[in-house]
Design a protein around this ligand. Structure first.
Ligand code: LLP
Length: 428
């Protein structure tokens, strides 16, 4: 029963013999995503929240294979942009299972969404300001409306992702009743309230999360009383996963219990929007060592992935486990000495390192390294800085390997610029 799958899949549990040939066939850097693990993670969430609607947060990993896998498993999709809504529709999700969360939405997004709403009248728009509601009304939208509130309490793995108290997100909770009564008067179909406390909530932050859902429960009762009922209360995503070997996983059942308690007798469905929890440990990033040198206090292993491939260590000082898949083999015979190593990419910034002086088997040129927990916010945050093409992705599915996204070429990176200069392009 996949509902019983282990809550954590460690990097050490991946089969090196399965991963090594992929580097040879598809090259590195390469994202590898195991769809069966995606299904397992989703089913554990469903088991913990049996009465909730689960919307997968597409931003964590928007690969079409992930979206169609989750849609088939029964998930709805939470989308942060018109582009993500296009992906959700392409994956087969009906409008009724798509929520578009509008954060300071560009005009083009609203134009596109309101057009799409004509064909998919059950989609839900989550607005985080009265301005956004007005801009929807200006375009003739009076469909399903959810209000994003700012609950004034945040949590998460880094201050940059603690959204719950950040000014840019949501209408201050104390104004929600007035805003929604007004929206209902203007003819919107008011269906829910929403907040997202932050991303990467750990087991140590359970109290903050409990306080957050308690506030949402109180607010939901006030709003439901004022507008005559709510279909759902969306408590966002944010369920953290362990990145270090010694971290305790967040206990989902206790989060689900606290949420049920907070809502009490209120007749509304709980909606959750997990991203990271579903995909993080389903993905690894493979990268090849191209340079080894002894620096003053550490050995530097230079690799072909960088902050352009996986930004999280540079942006949040995030820890990702690293394993040498080549040394795994030689360790059977003569084991390689472990030394403090700094694994660094090819980008011209000192922050372009995946770890600093971490004990790893001494690297040799040509070694294949795997970087773990790369399934969430990995490829999605990749850039073309330093004119570096973005990497390829493959998916594993029940023993099959499928290419999911080809590697970009330098020509791909250069194309928009060439196309902006039609007269000059002939000479280039
Ligand atoms: N719902 C909303 C409205 C969100 O803004 C987010 C994430 C989620 C759901 C899903 O959160 P999750 O379950 O994945 O924690 N790039 C950062 C994470 C940014 C999260 C942004 N919002 C990182 O790599 O840690």
């Amino acid at each position: 029963d996949v509902g019983e799958s282990p809550p954590v899949r460690r990097l050490s549990e991946w089969d090196a013999a399965e991963l090594r040939p992929l580097a040879g066939e598809y090259g590195t850097p390469l994202y590898v995503l195991d769809l069966e693990r995606v299904r397992q993670n989703y089913r554990r969430l469903e088991a913990a929240f049996p009465d909730a609607d689960v919307l997968y947060a597409v931003k964590a990993n928007a690969l079409g294979d992930v979206l169609s896998t989750l849609h088939e498993a029964g998930a709805g999709l939470e989308c942060a942009s018109a582009g993500e809504v296009q992906r959700a529709l392409a994956a087969g999700a009906p409008g009724s299972e798509i929520h578009y969360t509008a954060v300071n939405p560009p005009a083009g997004d609203l134009d596109w969404i309101v057009d799409a709403w004509a064909d998919h009248p059950d989609l839900t728009v989550t607005a985080g300001s009265t301005d956004t509601i007005d801009r929807l009304a200006d375009r003739g939208y009076d469909g399903r409306l959810c209000l994003r509130v700012n609950p004034g309490i945040g949590a998460g793995h880094h201050e940059k992702v603690e959204t719950g108290a950040a000014a840019k997100f949501g209408v201050p909770a104390e104004r929600a009743v007035d805003v929604l009564v007004d929206a209902a008067d203007r003819g919107f179909d008011v269906v829910g309230i929403h907040a997202h406390v932050g991303s990467g909530v750990s087991s140590k932050q359970r109290d903050a999360h409990r306080e957050f859902v308690a506030r949402m429960g109180d607010l939901a009762r006030d709003v439901a009383g004022a507008v005559g009922g709510l279909k759902f209360v969306d408590i966002g995503g944010g369920f953290g996963v362990p990145y270090r070997e010694d971290e305790t996983p967040l206990d989902l059942e206790s989060v689900a219990d606290a949420t049920r308690d907070a809502l009490g007798e209120l007749d509304a469905t709980v909606t959750i929007e997990p991203g990271r929890y579903v995909v993080a440990d389903a993905g690894v990033l493979l990268t090849t060592v191209n340079t080894v040198k002894d620096a003053r206090e550490t050995t530097v292993a230079g690799v072909d992935a960088g902050l352009t491939t996986l930004l999280r260590p540079a942006m949040y000082d995030a820890y990702h486990p690293i394993r040498n898949l080549t040394a795994d083999v030689s360790e059977r015979g003569s084991s390689r000495e472990r030394t403090p190593q700094t694994v660094a990419g090819p980008i011209c910034e000192s922050g372009d390192v995946f770890c600093t002086a971490r004990e790893l088997p001494r690297s040799e040129r040509g070694d294949l390294l795997a970087i773990g927990n790369a399934g969430a916010y990995g490829y999605e945050m990749a850039t073309q800085y330093n004119t570096r093409p973005r990497p390829a992705s493959v998916v594993l599915d029940d023993g099959d390997v499928r290419p999911a996204r080809r590697r970009e070429t330098i020509a791909d990176v250069l194309r928009p610029e060439r196309e902006a200069l039609p007269s000059a392009s002939a000479d280039r």
